[in-house]
Design a protein around this ligand. Structure first.
Ligand code: ATP
Length: 298
């Protein structure tokens, strides 16, 4: 009997940004950032199967996600296939759990998970540094997702240094009924704070010493919050409501529109049921997670 094709299912976790500070504009058009990224429990599931090749096929039942070459899983697979001269192909089944265009890094996480999974099932044994160089070509957030957990990002956000993890912090996510384009939000940036980068440095120092939730809460910042609120003023209203609730602190993830709050203790979302007073907003319960992809049980 023929052996089944090697197949692997991995989780691709979402992220939030504890901090996201803009230092200025670079010659290449990107912004120079200081950010602390944090994996959270919300995840996509990706099943990667080796095929006789050389085709790469991505299947995703979610109509908001492109199924063909525009999908970041497809781009990641082709890039690795080419760079490592792999004769095999791959079939990639993507099950979305992370909302699309939400500032939670779903596509970037899928790309990193695809690289890591194919590295295993194609038997490449590439070290992390080599995969990271490919990851940076796919997007500024992709290198973070290869390392995962808690990390500080500099440059475009793609130069990543791991920090001690802080898993298990309960969070409330408030998902908007609309997407925000990252480019459109950056387009609304009007200037840079003279002290940009300081909060990130202070939080980095704190995280190296402790997992103090109150300390983390006191240092949240996102320089894209104002630009995003200019595009969608209802974000300002939702943030104010969140901040008035029984939370340690609230902020926006990445370029938005997803908002998050740090909770003092695990509490069921029902305790906050009065929050999303506007139609279409969705409350979701999540928590911080540490680095690493564990394969799903067969
Ligand atoms: P970013 O801030 O990096 O743009 P995001 O979390 O705001 O990330 P994503 O969910 O990654 O947004 O989706 C951004 C766009 O990328 C979507 O409009 C979608 O068409 C495209 N895309 C490509 N591949 C994927 C994927 N695997 N999952 C989700 N979206 C994808």
């Amino acid at each position: 009997m023929r052996n089944p094709e090697p197949s692997l299912t991995v989780r691709a976790y979402a992220k939030i940004n504890w901090t996201l500070e803009l230092l200025g504009r670079r010659a290449d058009g990107y912004h120079e950032v200081r950010t602390i990224l944090q994996n959270i429990s919300l995840c996509d599931r990706i099943t990667v199967t080796t095929t006789a090749g050389p085709d790469v096929i991505v299947q995703c039942p979610d109509p908001r996600v492109p199924a063909g070459p525009a999908n970041l899983c497809h781009r990641a697979a082709c890039l690795l296939q080419q760079a490592a001269a792999v004769p095999a192909g791959a079939r990639i089944r993507l099950q979305k759990g992370i909302p699309v265009g939400a500032g939670l890094g779903g596509g970037s996480s899928d790309a990193a998970a695809t690289l890591a999974a194919l590295n295993r099932i194609w038997g490449l044994h590439w070290p992390l540094e080599q995969l990271t160089a490919l990851a940076a070509q796919l997007g500024a957030d992709v290198p973070f997702f290869l390392i995962g957990g808690t990390a500080v990002g500099t440059g475009r956000g793609d130069r990543i240094q791991a920090l001690p993890g802080c898993p298990g912090i309960p969070l409330l996510l408030l998902e908007a009924p609309f997407e925000l384009s990252t480019a459109a939000v950056y387009g609304q940036v009007q200037g840079f704070r003279a002290d940009a980068g300081e909060r990130t440095a202070r939080l980095e120092e704190l995280l190296r010493a402790s997992r103090d939730r109150q300390g983390i809460a006191s240092l949240l910042i996102n320089d894209l919050e104002e630009p995003a609120c200019r595009l969608r003023p209802e974000l300002r209203t939702r943030l104010a409501e969140l901040r008035q609730a029984q939370v340690l602190a609230a902020g926006m993830s990445g370029s938005g529109p997803t908002l998050f709050a740090l909770l003092p203790e695990a509490a069921p979302p029902a305790a906050f049921s009065s929050l999303p007073s506007a139609a279409g907003w969705r409350l979701r319960w999540a928590w911080t997670v540490d680095r690493g992809w564990e394969p799903d049980p067969p």
